[in-house]
Design a protein around this ligand. Structure first.
Ligand code: MTE
Length: 303
């Protein structure tokens, strides 16, 4: 199956919701579904050739942000308490320009990209999200990565008085994540600052959150307050919580099941184009772009 890289799709390419309904009729009426590649082996439809973004409402009402509770609706209900002004991001470790940066200092003047990405949660649901943001590589180049740095560690803000999930200690907070430096520098890796051209909603990780589209969603850490360059693999929250179930890499991989469920397919939030489930793609459909990062690695061991 040919997997299309959506990196060069911009928001302007997204079919408006109203037009989409027409196109759906057109597709159904004029082209055989098989002929346009929407029916995969086994008959499971796959929306890969027609990446249709989820609605703003879907993207902002079905969330994982455990600092605000474990229910899918909890972040939307509770995250309005998150205080995002002022905001400061500490950049430290093996960098030329360490310091405490305001968002403007960290991101100002860098190119804002519009990226429509598949987003696949380890819980086997998925969405398509039109992000706005800055390539993480641009930010890392701005702060100056020193020779010898091999990993980037990230940390989420902790505001105990505002975060009901922190009060209940549902995970060890702060939420922490990490990437290998080459993953962090990959052009698909985004520091997202908005959705659909709107500033990042709080439940989605305002004011800035990572998006690593070929990895399970929990790598895409929200509301970042610290970025550390290091030569050691950093600890990550879900690996700390359960190393048997969540590895450091967490690349989307339909052939490596979670110990408690299959990762072969995923449920489309919002119902999707032609079906409510679709086959999960290797590296979430970004295989052509990222497979070379893992050459020679056993992906069932380095899961
Ligand atoms: N970041 C923090 N700080 N806390 C979280 O609980 N959840 C992760 C990730 N980033 C999480 C987080 C998980 S499991 C997923 S699937 C995505 O955020 C969900 O992002 P979304 O709510 O924008 O869809």
């Amino acid at each position: 199956m040919a997997h299309r890289w959506t990196n060069d799709l911009t928001l302007a390419d997204a079919t408006p919701k109203a037009a989409f309904l027409n196109r759906r009729q057109i597709l159904a009426g004029t082209a055989g579904l098989g002929a346009i590649g929407l029916v995969g082996a086994g008959g499971a439809a796959h929306a890969q050739d027609a990446l249709e973004p989820n609605t703003f409402e879907e993207i902002t009402s079905y969330n994982n942000y455990y600092e605000f509770g474990t229910g899918k609706g909890d972040p939307a209900d509770n995250a309005d308490k998150l205080e995002i002004t002022p905001w400061s991001v500490k950049v430290d470790g093996m960098v030329d320009n360490p310091g405490d940066y305001t968002p403007e200092e960290l991101l100002g003047g860098l190119t804002v990209e519009d990226r429509i990405y598949r987003f696949r949660c380890v819980e086997a649901w998925s969405m398509v999200i039109p992000w706005n943001g800055i390539e993480l590589a641009d930010i890392l180049n701005r702060v100056g990565v020193q020779d010898g740095a091999k990993y980037v560690a990230f940390e989420t803000v902790v505001q105990p008085e505002n975060m009901i999930g922190v009060q209940r200690r549902v995970l060890d907070f702060p939420y922490v994540e990490g990437l290998r430096l080459d993953e962090a520098m990959h052009p698909l890796t985004l520091m997202a600052t908005g959705i659909y051209g709107e500033p990042m909603p709080k439940q989605n990780g305002a004011p800035m959150r990572l998006v690593v589209p070929w990895k399970y969603g929990f790598k895409s850490i929200k509301s970042i307050v610290r970025i550390t360059l290091t030569d050691e693999e950093p600890p990550t929250s879900w690996n700390n919580a359960n190393a048997r179930e969540y590895g450091f890499y967490s690349n989307v991989n339909p052939t490596v099941d979670h110990p408690r469920w299959s990762q072969a397919s995923e449920r489309l939030i919002g119902g999707g184009l032609f079906n409510s489930r679709q086959d999960t793609l290797m590296f979430n459909g970004y295989e052509d772009e990222v497979a070379s990062l893992y050459e020679g690695m056993d992906l069932s061991q380095n899961f």
